[in-house]
Design a protein around this ligand. Structure first.
Ligand code: NAD
Length: 344
């Protein structure tokens, strides 16, 4: 049984904890919080041992003021686990990495950290094998995960793929009251944006660039993608759709026919699926928004930013621990356990 520590029990951390809990080959060693808050209640209800993000004794003691049992500081948690999944807010990676290295524990960061922090990144379909038995890695961001899911099978049609894409990004997560814009469209003025090139940290063979804008919505990101397939690919629009239909964690549906023409309906469908928080782990492709013109493929996809990376973290744990070398086998095991967990 792999014992998994989760450092940071927020948007991503609470979801990863449940995904770990769903598996039969791993368990939650504990989760950390900064202090007593409503998030502690969720951990307590689930029976996840609660730890403090630091070893500061006063801070550890403060949990009891909220009525929560705190089992100790971060060092205590790290000592009782095989691997730590860092889910702290972005840019805390360097400070946390030093703690993980001092504790001699395997570690995984999220996409808010840069590839350079670990020199290794992870996306199941792109480079599971390269992460086998590594000491530390970074699960790429929600956007990079989405791009990798649909582009890697296209790359595998030949030996080249050139991509230009525009990321239409949600301004904030639904539970976030600090970010914006609330009445503006905000272009990312660093061109190209980091999103496209980040795919090359897991699949350097894909030549990709991106532009990005943030828009006032909280539900999902949308990607508008143009991909130049290698000449002689022999594909049609329909055969590309079939490739994606057979790709794990990708959903292809008809916008007009299924009445799913916006991210609002897509998220309503996700809520109907019945996963906690209304999550959609799959990348959503609008069938009627896909068209191959010569060698050039046009498509849109939608990304549920809070959840597409969750099952990836589970597969990444197996890669780091060296327990499953076949990415497809890990993905199937992860997804079936999560479905059973929610009775789907
Ligand atoms: P969040 O703010 O929702 O949660 C972070 C949690 O960490 C909070 O509970 C916070 O109290 C806790 N924390 C604060 N300081 C800490 C510290 N020093 N050590 C440990 N924990 C600490 O953030 P999030 O959205 O869950 O993001 C976590 C990571 O996941 C970031 O790298 C982010 O970029 C990445 N990510 C986020 C999303 C998303 O849509 N939210 C998607 C993919 C990846």
């Amino acid at each position: 049984m792999i014992r998994v520590a989760i450092n940071g029990y927020g948007t991503i951390g609470k979801r990863i904890a449940d995904a770990v809990d769903a598996q039969d080959d791993m368990e939650v060693a504990g989760v950390t919080k900064t202090g007593p808050s409503f998030g502690c209640e969720l951990a307590a209800k689930k029976g996840y041992p609660l730890y403090c993000i630091t070893d500061d004794l006063e801070r550890i003691a403060s949990f009891s003021s909220g009525g929560y049992e705190c089992h100790g500081g971060l060092s205590d948690l790290l000592a009782s686990a095989d691997v730590v999944v860092d889910c702290a807010p972005s840019k805390m990676g360097a400070a946390n990495l030093a703690k993980y290295e001092a504790a001699g524990i395997k570690h995984m960061f999220q996409g808010g950290e840069k590839h350079e922090l670990t020199g290794l990144s992870y996306s199941s379909s792109a480079n599971h094998a390269a992460n086998m038995n590594a000491d530390g890695t970074r699960v790429v961001s929600c956007n990079t995960t989405g791009l990798s899911r649909t582009l890697v099978p296209l790359y595998k049609l030949g030996s080249s793929l050139k991509v230009e894409c525009t990321m239409i990004r949600r301004a904030a997560d639904p539970g976030d009251s600090k970010k914006g814009p609330i009445n503006a469209i905000k272009p990312v003025l660093k061109v190209p944006s980091h999103h496209g090139p980040d795919v090359m940290t897991v699949m350097p063979e894909i030549e990709i660039n991106s532009l990005a804008v943030a828009v006032p919505t909280t539900l999902m990101h949308v990607h508008a993608i143009i991909a130049d397939l290698p000449s002689g690919h022999g594909q049609t629009t329909e055969s590309i759709l079939d490739i994606w239909r057979q790709t794990p964690r990708v959903i292809v549906m008809h916008g007009e026919g299924d009445r799913l023409t916006t991210t609002a309906e897509v998220m309503e469908m996700a809520r109907d699926l019945g996963r906690k928080w209304g999550d959609l782990h799959e990348i959503f492709i609008w069938e009627d928004g896909v068209k191959l013109v010569g060698d050039r493929l046009y498509y849109f996809q939608a990304i549920h930013q809070e959840s597409d990376v969750i099952p990836e973290n589970i597969d990444c744990i197996r890669a780091l621990m060296g327990t499953e070398s076949d990415w497809r086998a890990s993905v199937a095991k992860t997804d079936s356990a999560i479905s059973d967990y929610y009775g789907l």
